[in-house]
Design a protein around this ligand. Structure first.
Ligand SMILES: CC(C)(COP(=O)(O)OP(=O)(O)OC[C@H]1O[C@@H](n2cnc3c(N)ncnc32)[C@H](O)[C@@H]1OP(=O)(O)O)[C@@H](O)C(=O)NCCC(=O)NCCS
Length: 346
């Protein structure tokens, strides 16, 4: 069930998104509505006179009487209206809608459309409660495809001869974003913003309890090109024997949202004694020495034993997240990860 709030003003870092008014006609005509290059990929023809612009604005203003109308003018903070953005074709039953946008040529390539679209996606997911937003772009319109990628939409398909442009029918690529995708993006941004300090590897203290102990077997430097953070490797040992391994990654990245700060494995014959959870607890002084307050632990969604380890630690289950295709775990064949957050501040 959607909560329609209509076109309310949204402010972003550099823009104000607001209802278009009759007073905008001249600027809209001059900035984009009369431009053949902007209209080329839109479903309208370039306006011949400012009267055409006035008439379409009158239409939009009429639409604003309804709380179901989502059509913003994209304005710079100095008041200049430079483009427009709409969410239309709302399907109440499926809770989905289509996204469309355009911006004056003089303003292309400065990230304005991506900034505006991100804010509108946020608005539609958080305030209206939509579940899915879709967008198409003609395959030759690479800039529009790039906007879709930059705001976190996923390319889902290819529609042949979807649009009739000035050079005839053209194929389109289709992108979509779901509420789950959007929530994951926000979670990733949150974890990436958490504090962490790394002024070099620490001298690892004795990490032991009555049953097991950890021996540091490696300190791996960060690999910025691969977005790898520094990491410690440990052998999990018991009575002089290695019974497993565990590692701790010092930092938060998009990849580690799905891969976690801690990875572990216990030898098959040693399983069922709670050693993995014990080893996780033994790592805490190292994580805390690097200022970390929360650790993500993730596991393949079919890995019940690893899930139990997280539960025993008192970690909070966040969600099952689909792995993005670029992730190493996806390339290894995994598709869905359980994401747990372990609060280690207490
Ligand atoms: C598509 C459009 C809205 C993009 O607006 P914008 O404000 O320039 O978008 P942004 O600056 O946020 O992002 C554009 C991205 O496309 C990239 N880009 C531009 N031209 C490109 C091209 N020919 N090939 C590949 N990428 C291109 C830019 O470099 C930028 O990516 P980056 O930030 O990674 O460098 C604008 O070009 C436009 O109004 N076009 C006409 C109307 C239109 O096509 N609407 C969409 C219909 S589906």
């Amino acid at each position: 069930m959607l909560t329609h709030v209509g076109t309310q003003t949204i402010e972003t870092e550099r823009l104000v998104l607001r209802r278009v008014t009759p007073d905008d006609a001249e600027m809209m005509f001059k900035n984009w509505a009369n431009d053949e290059d902007v209209a080329r990929y839109m479903r309208w023809s370039p306006h011949g006179t400012v009267e055409d612009t006035r008439s379409i604005i009158a239409n939009w203003c009429d639409g604003y009487k309804s709380a179901h109308k989502y059509h913003w003018g994209i304005c710079l903070k100095d008041g200049e209206i430079i483009g427009s953005l709409s969410v239309a074709g709302i399907d109440e039953f499926d809770s989905r809608a289509d996204l469309g946008y355009c911006i004056g040529k003089a303003y292309w390539g400065r990230g304005y459309t991506s900034e505006a679209v991100s804010a509108v996606l946020d608005y539609m997911f958080s305030r209206v409660g939509i579940n899915r937003i879709e967008a198409y772009h003609a395959v030759s319109n690479l800039a529009s495809g790039r906007v879709m990628q930059k705001v976190g939409m996923t390319r889902e398909g290819h529609a042949r001869q979807k649009y009739k442009g000035r050079d005839g029918f053209e194929d389109s690529d289709m992108y979509g974003i779901t509420r789950d995708d959007w929530e994951i993006q926000k979670e990733i941004a949150y974890y990436n913003s958490l504090p962490v300090t790394f002024d070099g590897f620490i001298e690892v203290p004795m990490l032991a309890n009555d049953e097991i102990y950890l021996v540091c077997t490696g300190k791996k430097e960060a690999i910025p090109a691969k977005k790898y953070v520094p990491a410690y490797d440990f052998a999990i040992c018991k009575g002089g024997e290695q019974i497993g391994e565990i590692n701790l990654r010092i930092g938060y990245t998009d990849g580690l949202y799905y891969g976690g700060q801690i990875g572990y494995g216990v030898d098959e014959k040693q399983r069922g004694h709670g050693y993995a959870a014990q080893a996780c607890r033994l790592l805490l002084p190292v994580a805390r020495a690097h200022g970390m307050k929360k650790l993500l632990i993730t596991n393949d969604h079919t890995n019940h034993a690893s899930k139990r380890v997280c539960e025993k630690l008192g970690a909070r289950f966040l969600r099952v997240a689909p792995l993005p295709e670029w992730h190493e775990l996806y390339q290894e064949g995994q598709r869905f990860e359980n994401i747990f957050e372990w609060d280690i501040e207490a």
